[in-house]
Design a protein around this ligand. Sequence first.
Ligand SMILES: [Zn+2]
Ligand SMILES: [Zn+2]
Length: 269
Amino acid sequence: MPNYICVTCGNQHAESSEPPAHCLICEDERQYVNPKGQTWTTLDEMKGVHHNVITPLEPGLTEILTEPKFGIGQRALLVQTSQGNVLWDCVSLIDDATVEAIEALGGISSLAMSHPHMYASMVEWSHAFGKAPIHLHAANERWVMRPDSVIEFWDGETHRLDQGVTLTCCGGHFRGSTVLLWPEGAEGRGVLLSSDTMHVAKDLRHVSFMYSYPNYIPLSGPVVDSIVKKVAPLKFDRIYSHFSGLVIRVDAKPAVQRSAERYKRAIGS
Ligand SMILES: [Zn+2]
Ligand SMILES: [Zn+2]
C-alpha cells in the first residue's frame, strides 16, 4: 500500500489503500488546506516530475532542495561532522540520485526535525540510510503522520546528539519547535539552524517570529522573549533558516536581539 504525500504541506502519511480523508497538518490554523481541495501524490509519482538539487553552502553544510518547488518548498540541510552526518529538516522527495549524492558526502547518521511542517518523508529518508534515528521533540508527537520505530522522542530543553550538535526546544511556532546548534560551523564561530522558529527575513539582517506564516498570525511579545532567552546561551555567529538563500552570515546573535525588539515595537508589546 502506498504512503500518500499531501501536496500542500509535503507530509508523507502512514500507508493506506486509499488517499487519507484529511491532512491534520494542513487543517491546523498554522497551515491551510488547498482551496481547490485536498490533493495527494506518492513518492513514485513525484520521481518523474521533481528532482533534488544538492548545493554546498559552506564547508560541512549542504542544502537539499526539491525542484520544481513542492509543498511548502523548504530545504533540508546536511551537517557533516567528524562523528557522522545529521540531516536537519527534510524534503518529500528521495530518489536514487539523491541517495548516491548524500552517500558520497558520508551518508546520514541521525535526522532531526525542527517542527511538523518539515517532517516531509523523514521516515523514507531514515530507511534509505540504514534506519538512522529521527530525533523529534516529544511536544510535537501528535503531529507525526507516519509513525515508525526509527523515531526517537526527546523531552526537556536541550538534547545533544552523538554527532556533536545540540537541539534546543524554543517553542513559539510549535510547542516543540527546535533549533540546531552546530558549533564547528562558520569557521568555528558557530551556526544556528533556526528553521522557522526564527525565520530569516528577506533583508538577511533580521529574523521574524510567527505562530502562522501562511496565515500571518503573530506570536505575543512574551513568547518572542522566551524564544530569545532560549538561544541566548548558545554561541553562534550565523543563522540559516528553512528556505534557500535565507542566511544571516555574520553577527546573527545581535540580529536576533534587534529583531525581537523591532517585532515587539511593531505589535505594541
Ligand atoms: Zn498537508
Ligand atoms: Zn512552520
